[in-house]
Design a protein around this ligand. Structure first.
Ligand SMILES: Nc1ncnc2c1ncn2[C@@H]1O[C@H](COP(=O)(O)OP(=O)(O)OP(=O)(O)O)[C@@H](O)[C@H]1O
Ligand SMILES: [Mg+2]
Length: 362
């Protein structure tokens, strides 16, 4: 085996305290070219994982001191190593353990005494899945940073173009006829639209990179504050805002404010066609999460295309009807993803729309 092959050799951590099982598993795995490290108790397993995270963990259920379930729970919920796949090693008649293992976040199980081809097939599958997930994550990061660089590099020339057109309008207005002045006006409007789009794209990239600072947030107060800020930017109009009880949530204040700005600015934008606009914000909860809804009586949308709403640049209304860059809901979704929440929307053409999002309680 050359150096590159050795470097790419997948590494497995076997956590088991029964010498015969260790011997059989190690033999099978090493024969198939896996690097194997062994821990016979929980504390050693954690030490080895910290030293060098393995590609996969084979975890015995019953061990003295700390059993496999405790190790799995800590790894999946309280550590930075929750991405490492875990395969539980159980005995054939242990349906309860298998169920518990899955509930705790394990990826799979293998029954003892081991069947060589079964153990190897499962190990190969989960290592392959882990590698594919890692490569997807890397591609996503590359795309994010590409998007950031493009947006960032476009902004400076765009701002100069806008400034130059302003000078043109100021210094040469007497030399231009009405058609010329109108053209300058259109160029200014369009460059304003592109600057907004670039700002939105920069915000989208920032939401992926920005470190999070989680604290309690008075969401009801935030909705009211953002609404006041947004309505003050609009020409006078009739909007009936009703907010039922909205709970405190845990989140990053900068990100959650941006989320509220995007949701409310949509509700305000798409109700602009109503003489009496209504926006109703309310909440519900279950054991694990809060669900917040923002309902409006605006233009609504066709539910057949609902799955597109959260993708960048996807718009269901034309620029002439409602201006926009189609990035707002992509930002919202990114923010919710980072908070382990979800977003979805319902609506009907000309009968309004409801935006929902969920956030975990802890
Ligand atoms: N409250 C709403 N009522 C009706 N349609 C909506 C509503 N909110 C979003 N949409 C639809 O979803 C699309 C995507 O929304 P998103 O907020 O991402 O983009 P946008 O509002 O068009 O532009 P911007 O990037 O400026 O927010 C919108 O173009 C619109 O078609
Ligand atoms: Mg929007």
């Amino acid at each position: 085996m050359n150096f590159t092959q050795a470097m790419n050799q997948p590494e497995i951590l076997l956590v088991d305290d029964t010498p015969e099982h260790i011997e059989t598993a190690v033999m099978m795995l090493r024969e198939s070219n896996f690097k194997v490290r062994i821990a016979t108790k929980g504390s050693t397993a954690f030490k080895l994982i910290e030293q060098h995270p393995p590609d996969l963990i084979l975890l015995d259920v019953y061990m003295p001191e700390m059993d496999g379930f405790d190790i799995c729970r800590i790894l999946k919920t309280e550590s930075d190593f929750n991405y490492i796949p875990i395969i539980f090693l159980t005995s054939s008649n242990d349906a309860e353990s298998i169920k518990k293992g899955f509930e705790l976040g394990a990826q799979d199980y293998v029954v003892k005494p081991f069947n060589t081809s079964e153990l190897l097939a499962r190990v190969h599958t989960h290592i392959k899945l882990k590698k594919q997930t890692e490569s997807l994550l890397k591609s996503n990061q590359e795309l994010d940073s590409f998007c950031y660089t493009v947006a960032h590099d476009l902004k400076a020339p765009l701002l100069s173009l806008r400034k130059l057109t302003e000078y043109l309008a100021l210094d040469y207005s007497t030399l231009l006829d009405n058609d010329g002045l109108e053209l300058i006006d259109t160029i200014q409007q369009k460059s304003q639209e592109v600057v907004k789009l670039v700002d939105h794209l920069l915000e989208l990239s920032r939401m992926s990179e920005m470190p999070m600072n989680i604290e309690p947030i008075n969401l009801e107060q935030l909705f009211r504050k953002v609404y006041d800020e947004l309505i003050n930017l609009e020409p006078p109009r009739n909007v009936n805002l009703r907010i039922n009880y909205i709970p405190f949530i845990q989140g990053d204040p900068v990100m959650i404010k941006l989320l509220v700005i995007n949701i409310l600015s949509n509700a305000l934008k798409y109700t602009r066609i109503r003489k009496d606009a209504c926006i109703d914000i309310s909440s519900s909860e279950n054991e694990t999460e809060y669900i917040i809804s923002v309902r409006d009586n605006g233009a609504g949308f066709d539910m057949r295309y609902a799955s597109r709403l959260f993708s960048v640049f996807q718009r269901l209304h034309s620029q002439n009807e409602f201006e926009g860059s189609g990035v707002g809901l992509a930002i919202v979704q990114k923010i919710l993803k980072r908070h382990h929440g979800l977003a979805w929307m319902t609506g009907k053409v000309d009968e309004g729309a409801t935006f929902y999002f969920s956030l975990p309680k802890t």
